[in-house]
Write a protein that binds this ligand. Structure first.
Ligand code: ADP
Ligand code: ZN
Ligand code: ZN
Length: 751
């Protein structure tokens, strides 16, 4: 017998496979010492490393390699008894890391935000013991002799008026062990109460009652409720015109999820621009104190720490926030709502470059939750998924508030007399309309549709703009070689001396910024109180909020800004919205340019005149005939989607393929170019024939932050292979420290 045992290798105990923080995805096995048996996948741990110690995340419990099974160092500390990261969030992290070709650790950093991983902002908590059950005399007697301290705690709780006591009242931390034993037997419950730092500034919200839903809303709500109850369903796309009462449907759906004991996640484009949504949720759930947690980018570390823990503990059951809230550790997640799902801000433009809406759909799938994507102007990706039968469409076509849609005028700038004073920025019609509003004490919003840095060629007389023959997208002017270049396929063309359509010599490179417009406006309307909102202004903390507060309180007359301000367009005093240059967003080399322009114009048109006053929208454009402008004027989302999807299919653009952008940056132009060219030729050889790659070119934004930028664009039927091959070749290239290579899968920005 003895020998038999000796021959069988001792089964290696399970080790903890740990992904170390800040070590470029290094994974090491550690032994699990006695007292740390609670360790599991998703636990955060402290481990020894080269004579020091560091932190990491347990990816798995697995049998270690035999060769060093007996030499494993033990874990040093289990950071919290319960795993910090749930199994499904870890699944999502691993999936997204592969999809976007980034280290898993980058996603873990999203899941466990800095203040939480640092443990620095330790909350002030106190433990509270709550009596659950009272033993009969016999049991109590037995307990008294077997565990007198436990019995004493029970008696103390029983005697207190609300059957509760602070741990400190029954003996402080030495009483924790007997209290835990009592909790195990079901006699009491230990609760943690934190002194909570509230990002809403402890603001009180007046409770609101549910509205009686109209027929469309009822149908939508029933579908959502049914999906929540069934737990595994298709994503729902709620296409409802602005003002159709989508938010009211979200509120009632969230209530249902809560009543079923399920948690809710609500994603919004940017919380500081949509404070109404947050306030409506806070008010509706005012009956459950602490139920709604707000997450946003301007929170202090302490607030972030507290909100995260409130959600993780299960005290907060609804989390609202921008794309990063996607990773909130909500328990028993039952419902995810992605509001304004078409919004480009869901795409993160720094690594990891994930798309919040796409990961929301994945998370819902992994957790058996229902996801509702809501918008008045859904993305073509989502509409395509409806056509494929992957998503189910719910529609609300009527405005719930019974308001009329504002009158929308498209103003042809080609026929405007060229007046030097306004520099082609303001038409006479719009100038008069603004003046009229100033006279009546009403407010105006002026939008500058500006994206990217591309310089496009456009004729001010006939609206002609130079387009690539192969992609039907605008070409970008490159000053160095004095050529027009297509950034998608690399096609080059000479710069015409006059307009090919109408022979006008006035053909020009367009592009002007908010500052120039502001100067013109101040000259035209010296009496107006005007605020400008753009990236320069909003660098100052709270600047945006102050400007919006001023405007809402009517301390300013005109708000001028980029599309940034179109999201929060819920100002009752606004009766005029002017879009200064609808084309500028069109003349960029971006396959989604028309879609974005359509969405912006439709959102604007649906928002103006929210109060009792009727609204007017004036759209200035050099291409009044463009589909996206005409469909937006008619509020025809279906018509636009039909036309645009056909075009995308013909050009093989998303959603009919996945596009990626490879950007190579270096402070030395030659290095950037060389690395881009080497990478390009290697990829050309390594990629399967169904994945296309364009030749490397200087990016539309050729230099930024002191770095020269070169780009290739890729198109592929699937993202996976494209990401895998690119990641492998980037690694193999081992470019020096002076070169940075960035891969953006499902790119939304092509500059
Ligand atoms: P959306 O989110 O679709 O833009 P909202 O939910 O903001 O629309 O609703 C627009 C307006 O209509 C709000 O003022 C809201 O209070 C009101 N509203 C929504 N549903 C109803 C309803 N069933 N009855 C009356 N008013 C409603
Ligand atoms: Zn012309
Ligand atoms: Zn092209």
């Amino acid at each position: 017998m003895q020998e038999l045992f000796a021959e069988n290798p001792v089964p290696a105990a399970l080790a903890a496979r740990v992904l170390l923080d800040g070590m470029n995805d290094m994974v090491l096995d550690y032994a699990i010492p006695a007292g740390m048996e609670g360790v599991q996948r998703g636990s955060r741990v402290e481990v020894p490393l080269r004579g020091r110690h560091t932190t990491g995340t347990v990816l798995a419990l697995a049998a270690p390699d035999e060769r060093w099974a007996n030499h494993l160092k033990p874990l040093r500390r289990l950071i919290s008894e319960e795993p910090t990261i749930s199994a499904s969030l870890l699944d999502m992290a691993e999936w997204a890391a592969r999809y976007y070709a980034v280290p898993v650790e980058q996603l873990i950093r999203c899941i466990v935000p800095e203040p939480v991983r640092q443990e620095r902002h330790n909350e002030k908590t106190c433990k509270i013991l709550v009596l659950q059950d009272w033993p009969d005399a016999d049991t109590l007697n037995k307990l008294n002799s077997r565990a007198p301290r436990q019995a004493a705690i029970l008696r103390y709780l029983h005697a207190s008026p609300d059957k509760k006591a602070l741990l400190s009242d029954v003996g402080g931390s030495p009483a924790l062990t007997p209290a835990r034993a009592l909790q195990k037997q079901g006699w009491l419950r230990i609760e943690e109460e934190a002194q909570h730092r509230d990002p809403a500034g402890n603001e009180q919200f007046a409770p609101s009652t549910p509205l009686e839903l109209n027929e469309e809303q009822q149908l939508a709500l029933q579908e959502i409720i049914q999906a929540v109850d069934e737990t595994a369903t298709r994503p729902l796309l709620l296409q409802g015109v602005t003002g159709s009462g989508k938010t009211e449907v979200y509120l009632q759906a969230a209530r249902h999820a809560l009543e079923c004991g399920k948690g809710v996640l609500i994603l919004v484009p940017e919380i500081s621009l949509t404070p109404q949504t947050m306030a409506r949720f806070k008010s509706r759930f005012a009956d459950i104190p602490g139920a709604v947690a707000i997450l946003h980018s301007a929170m202090s570390d302490g607030e972030r720490f507290d909100e995260w823990h409130a959600i993780h503990r299960g005290k907060a059951r609804i989390a609202i926030g921008p794309r990063s809230a996607l990773f909130a550790p909500i328990r028993h997640l039952g419902l995810i709502i992605v509001d304004e799902e078409h919004d480009a801000s869901y795409k993160q433009e720094t690594s990891p470059r994930y798309h919040g809406r796409d990961l929301a759909v994945l998370r819902a799938h992994l957790e058996g939750a229902t996801v509702v994507l809501g918008s008045a102007t859904p993305s073509l990706e989502s509409l395509h998924n409806v056509r494929l039968g992957k998503y189910k469409l719910l529609r609300m076509d009527k405005r719930a508030d019974g308001q009329r849609l504002p009158l929308t005028r498209v103003l042809d700038m080609r026929t405007e007399p060229k007046d030097k004073r306004y520099l082609g920025i303001l038409s006479e019609r719009l100038r008069m309309a603004i003046e009229e509003r100033l006279g009546k004490g009403e407010q105006t919003i002026l939008l500058l549709n500006r994206r990217g840095f591309a310089r496009a060629l456009q004729c001010p007389d006939c609206g002609y703009s130079a387009q690539c023959e192969h992609c039907a997208l605008p070409m970008t002017y490159h000053a160095t070689e004095n050529r027009l270049v297509c950034h998608i396929c690399g096609f080059r063309a000479v710069v015409p001396g006059c307009c090919p359509e109408c022979r006008s010599k006035g053909i020009l490179l367009e592009g002007y910024g908010t500052q120039k417009v502001e100067a013109v406006l101040r000259r035209c309307f010296p009496q107006a109180r005007l605020h400008r909102v753009d990236a320069d202004v909003t660098i100052r903390k709270n600047a945006l909020r102050d400007i919006l507060d001023d405007f809402r309180a009517h301390r300013t007359d005109i708000l001028l800004g980029t599309q940034m301000i179109s999201k929060g367009l819920d100002f009752p005093g606004v009766t005029l919205v002017g879009v200064l240059n609808a084309d500028l967003g069109l003349n960029i080399p971006d396959p989604r340019a028309a879609e974005r322009t359509f969405q912006l114009l439709t959102q604007v048109a649906g928002r103006a005149g929210r109060g009792d006053l009727d609204g007017e929208v004036i759209i200035q454009t050099y291409s009044p005939q463009a589909d996206c402008i005409q469909y937006a004027r008619r509020h025809d989302t279906d018509g636009f989607a039909e036309t645009e999807l056909a075009l995308r299919q013909q050009m093989n653009f998303p959603p009919f393929c996945h596009m990626a952008v490879l950007t190579v940056r270096s402070p030395q132009e030659e290095l950037a170019r060389l690395a881009a060219e080497t990478l390009y030729s290697r990829l050309l050889a390594a990629l399967p024939p169904n994945i296309q790659i364009s030749t490397p070119l200087p990016a539309p934004l050729p230099k930024a932050h002191g770095q020269f930028r070169y780009q290739c664009t890729l198109k592929s039927p699937t993202a996976r292979t494209m990401a895998d091959v690119c990641a492998r070749e980037i690694k193999a290239l081992a470019a020096g420290d002076d070169v940075t290579i960035v891969l953006d899968i499902d790119a939304y920005s092509f500059v």
